[in-house]
Structure formats: C-alpha cells, structure tokens
Design a protein around this ligand. Structure first.
Ligand code: DX5
Ligand code: ZN
Length: 219
C-alpha cells in the first residue's frame, strides 16, 4: 500500500501558515497533521480549534488532529466542528478503560474517525482492548511536546507488533508514526509496516519539500 505523509505544521512559519500548508500539499503530503498541546499533558502550548477552522479550506488534505491534551473529551467536538477528519487522543490522558471506550464511542457518534496514541514509554499491548474499534494507532517516536527531536527506536518494535496483530486479527487501523522522521528513519518504519509518517521539521526546513517527501517515500 502507498505510504502517506502527514505534514506537521507545528514547526512551520506561522507568519505565512496558509502558504506553508499549500507548499506541503503541492509537495505531496496527503494529510495535514495538527498538533494540539495544552501546556498540561505536555510541557508546551501550541494552537487550538480556531486555527484549524481558519485553515481547513486552504488545502484538501486530510485534517489529522493529534490531541496532546489532558481532557480530550471536552474539546473534540470543537475540533470536529472546525474540520477535523481524524481525532487522535492519548491513552495516557485517560484514567480508566471505561473512559477510553466512552471517548471512542463519543468521537464515532460525531461521525469522525478515531485514533489512539501512545508515548514512547507506554507498551503497545496496553492498546489491545481498543484495537478493533479504532481507525488509527499513532506510535510516538519522541516524547510529545516539541518538534525537532531525535527518533526513538522503541517505536520500531511497536509498529512491527501492531502490523502483525492487524494481519492476524483482521483489524482496520492505520499505523502512524510521529517524531524524528527524516530520510534516515523513514525506511526503518516502512520496513516494519507503517502506513502514515508524520514529518514536521524535516519538511518545513527544506528548500525543496517535494524532494524531501520523495526521500521519505523512498522514491
Ligand atoms: C511532537 C509532535 C510531532 C512533531 C513532529 O509532540 O506530535 O508531530 O511536531 O515533528 P518533527 O518531525 O520535527 O519531529
Ligand atoms: Zn503529532
């Protein structure tokens, strides 16, 4: 299956955000990855749903919203109303399995796809109870909070495990990886079965984003 590149605008130039998004679409990024941080779940603050609402029609990319916030249920309707097509929340943000089931059902009831994410120190088997219900699993290959960090190889065995589990159990989720993706790390995650690669600084710091996207896809 063709791999998808999701451009993370976190480290793009916000003085010309619309142009940066168009640049990523023209370069071949099929998804736009929107990193939401609340200064509580992670030690950084980024942007909220008003920004998403402003940029949702700038491109026809899939709007992939990654909520790094302590209370995802409180805000996911705002993001869906603002154009989110996939809402990914963090397993670590919720206190019980019941809360996780409830949030997955809630997002589905709002006619939106659901992703669930784990940080580098969370084992992927913590996701077992939920894997049949979600459309996406997001494996963090850095501690969430900042762009431009170094890829953590713990992500590789998680991607491999999730890919094998999916094949054995006929699950439908896509596997996405986020953090430290560049031309050196992309082949490693592709080999393990990833579907979607989030890339931020590698793309937005590039003078030739089209060539950089191709380097991620191995073209
Ligand atoms: C980190 C964010 C990532 C990050 C990716 O919390 O979720 O999306 O911005 O950035 P790079 O590609 O620079 O590691
Ligand atoms: Zn992200």
């Amino acid at each position: 299956m063709k791999k998808i590149i999701a451009a993370s605008i976190l480290n793009s130039d916000f003085s010309k955000l619309g142009e940066e998004i168009k640049r990523s679409e023209e370069a071949g990024c099929e998804w736009l990855h929107f990193d939401v941080m609340d200064g509580h779940f992670v030690p950084n603050i980024s942007f909220g749903y008003h920004v998403l609402n402003c940029i949702k029609n700038v491109s026809s990319q899939v709007k992939d919203v990654h909520l790094m916030i302590s209370d995802p249920k409180k805000y996911c309707k705002n993001f869906i109303d603002s154009g989110a097509e996939i809402i990914t929340f963090h397993l670590e943000a919720l206190k019980s399995m019941d809360e996780v089931f409830d949030l997955i059902e809630y997002i589905h009831s709002l006619k939106c796809k659901v992703g669930i994410s784990i940080k580098p120190n969370t084992p992927w088997n913590a996701l077992f109870p939920f894997l049949k219900m979600v459309e996406l699993v997001l494996v963090m290959s850095v501690e969430p909070g900042f762009g431009g960090q170094v890829f953590n190889e713990k992500a590789l065995e998680k991607i491999e495990g999730l890919n094998n589990y999916r094949n054995e159990n006929k699950c439908r989720y896509l596997i996405e990886v986020d953090g430290g993706i560049n031309f050196l790390t992309a082949p490693l995650v592709i080999e393990k079965g990833v579907d979607v690669m989030v890339a931020g600084s590698y793309l937005f710091n590039s003078d030739d984003m089209k060539a950089s996207v191709k380097s991620l896809l191995g073209e």
